[in-house]
Ligand binder design. Sequence first.
Ligand code: 5CA
Ligand code: ZN
Length: 408
Amino acid sequence: MRAWPGPNVPKLPGEPVPLRLFDTSAGEIRPSALGPGAGMYVCGITPYDATHLGHAFTYLAFDLVNRQWRDNGFAVKYVQNVTDVDDPLLERATATGVDWTELAADQIELYRDDMTALRILPPDAYVGVVEEMDMVVERIVELDQRGAVYSIDGDLYFSVKSDPNYGKVSGFDTETQLALFAERGGDPDREGKKDPLDCLLWRAARDGEPSWPSPLGAGRPGWHMECVAIALDHLGMGFDVQGGGSDLVFPHHEMGASEAQVLTEKWPYAQHYVHAGMVGYEGEKMSKSRGNLVFVSRLRNEGHDPMAVRMALLNHHYRSDWEWTDQDLVDGQARLDRWRAAVSPPTGPHAEKYLREIRTALANDLDTVEALALFDAWAREQLTSGGSDDGAVGVMSRASDSLFGVAL
Ligand code: 5CA
Ligand code: ZN
């Protein structure tokens, strides 16, 4: 499906720094994307509600990865899905009496506008599950041929432990897995399951639910397989980064990896599993099901500069869990004003050292907090004593645009 317009990413002088990223599976910071290309799959929205700041924080994190890789000269292939068939979307549509396809189309459009306003680089392939249904079905048939599938009343399950590497993405013990599985859409207690952790691949058609034909009977796909089919189709096995928020570590990314590893008999599914921290609001994780949301579109409609919102989000390290307050936006706007004032004069303090240090901070597991402070230091020097370098202002302005995604 159509993504959104991509902003221009200015080229910068000087040497780029290779990006090191924390890998959930390895539990440590490791070099990412050893080249020559770089492939990334980031789990997209389930389009039943507009973009909240938690979503924005997660997509911003991967936008920074994309920008770092581009600065390093990689040809980046970025794939993102839209979960345009899944339980929460269908439930919301039924509850509000709206057609599920219309609800999805409206929310996807709003998301595109929010991403555009926040200057998030669009994916190269933006793929809805519905448009990839044939591929999803094909993958499930292949898994069945490999003997990793069984049926309970026509609903097809994946035997997760048919993958010898099952469990390596999250490293969670069985008790934690069971608790999270039940909490996040799984059905550990269903009668007839061979293992409580086995996950749904194909849900047989039910009255009032959309369904698609398949050699395995009419139905609709399970969530994890949707992402796997799209990622394998567009990136293939062993791509560089599988991304999403930390609420996707288990079961979504664990089970997706196992499905792909059984399908291809290869390991690993992704070289890095990268997860953004959870943004909270008023004491709890911001989530559509809890309803404690601050929407990007609301802030935009209130007249806030999207660059101030972006600046506010950048001030939290991508792996940290944190809580949004109004002060975040006040601080983000103030910093944006300072930076804009600092790039107004025609000349400024030398930029080379600052640019090198900013790149080094961002390449160190996206240390935006440090990188922003370094830009602040240049801006402070400019605003207190000025400088005579007539290329510096242009370089720092382009660095803000290219590396932070903040247009000054
Ligand atoms: N469609 C699935 C992924 S295939 C999904 O999780 N959709 S979502 O709309 O619920 O979330 C979209 C992305 O935002 C996911 O990567 C999720 O991990 C992330 N996310 C959701 N809530 C938050 C939050 N409060 N803070 C940070 N990231 C969040
Ligand atoms: Zn996903």
